[in-house]
Design a protein around this ligand. Structure first.
Ligand code: FA5
Length: 338
């Protein structure tokens, strides 16, 4: 039967040229669909002799099989290409940060606090916590600052209506820790404190301190100085100029003020050090026996040292931050630098 070969050749050529799954399907329908050109050809077999019909039927079958094989091959190739294209366009890196969102980082105060916690834990100190809303008893009385005492004016206080207050320092945690655990005790208490005072380059109403205390037998000023030096060299990794002078705090006796030479101006004077060249950083002293007594500890048997590090000021010195207000500002241009 004539014409089969031409039709078959046309079907093969179109199948090879078709570039999409839809296109090869259209070729299949055109030639081998129910009403396709080659499918219809068999309808003419009636006019043939039985021998011719058998030969033509066989030939047509071979063309059909050849077409189907090629069709399956092309389909597999196009299926694979379509899958590749889809994988390429829908590829998603689930670990990539969302566009436009920067990963967060720890606040510089938190970073230094964590470093100091690690240091003191390695020296055998426990980390403790106390309430930010505190009673007058723990914030003042138990620290040997009764209500008539002028030392209360040293720390301007936010009082609450119920008679409690926002703690003005972390020292109340000393008393709470001693009451709870008793001596011997080595503890630090980092935390947020509040003072109702005017804000400037080195004073905030809300800032961080890190209290430290060691109570044992025969604790001396030498122990105190050893731990203060260890603390400062861990934070600054270099020698810094300090001075120790007498300081008055009702809860220590003797008391000291440890100042650091201002690292913003190098000691020549600036708003941070109030043009004095020195920054008050680490008041400390030997625990007043009265405080031990208030906490139920016998001062004849036990004594100790305590310090109240100005953590926020320490961070300013460490990173040469020339205005304390930046630390509370929440300004991402500032925070992104850490
Ligand atoms: C106290 O708060 C004592 N409780 C410290 C203490 C503890 C002494 C244990 C002895 C034994 P003072 O008021 O000086 O002390 O504050 C301690 C430190 O907090 C200061 O040296 C300073 O570094 C920091 N500081 C004080 N006021 C502010 C403020 N408004 N803003 C930022 N830092 C401050």
């Amino acid at each position: 039967m004539t014409g089969f070969l031409e039709l078959h050749s046309a079907a093969v050529a179109q199948l090879e040229a078709a570039a999409t799954l839809e296109a090869i399907e259209a070729v299949r329908v055109e030639f081998w669909g129910r009403k396709g050109k080659l499918a219809l050809a068999s309808k003419e077999f009636g006019k043939l002799t039985p021998e011719e019909r058998a030969r033509s039927g066989k030939l047509l079958n071979e063309y059909k099989q050849a077409f189907e094989q090629l069709y399956e091959f092309r389909k597999a190739r196009l299926d694979a290409a379509a899958l590749d294209a889809r994988l390429e366009s829908e590829w998603l890196d689930l670990t990539a940060p969302a566009p436009g969102v920067r990963p967060g980082s720890l606040h510089p105060v938190t970073q230094v606090q964590k470093e100091l916690e690690d240091l003191f834990v390695s020296l055998g100190f426990a980390i403790m916590d106390g309430p930010e809303v505190e009673t007058e008893h723990y914030n003042f009385d138990a620290l040997n600052i009764p209500s008539h005492h002028p030392a209360r004016d040293m720390q301007d206080t936010f009082w609450l209506r119920d008679g409690r207050l926002l703690r003005t320092h972390t020292s109340p945690v000393q008393v709470r820790a001693l009451e709870k655990f008793g001596p011997p005790l080595k503890m630090i208490a980092p935390g947020r404190v509040f003072r109702n005072e005017e804000v400037d380059a080195s004073h905030e109403h809300t800032f961080y301190q890190l209290e430290g205390m060691m109570v044992d037998r025969d604790v001396s000023v030498a122990h105190l100085i050893y731990f203060m030096k260890t603390l400062l060299s861990a934070v600054f990794h270099r020698d810094v100029t300090i001075r120790l002078r007498p300081g008055y705090f009702p809860f220590v006796e003797p008391g000291f003020e440890l100042d650091i030479q201002c690292l913003i101006c190098g000691g020549s004077g600036c708003p941070v050090c109030k043009h004095s060249g020195w920054v008050e950083l680490l008041p400390c002293g030997l625990v007043n026996p009265e405080v031990l007594r208030y906490s139920g500890v016998d001062p004849k048997e036990w004594n100790g040292f305590a310090f109240g590090l100005g953590l926020t000021r320490l961070v300013m010195m460490r990173y040469a931050i020339d205005d304390i207000r930046l630390l509370m500002s929440g300004d991402l241009r500032f925070l992104n630098q850490f």
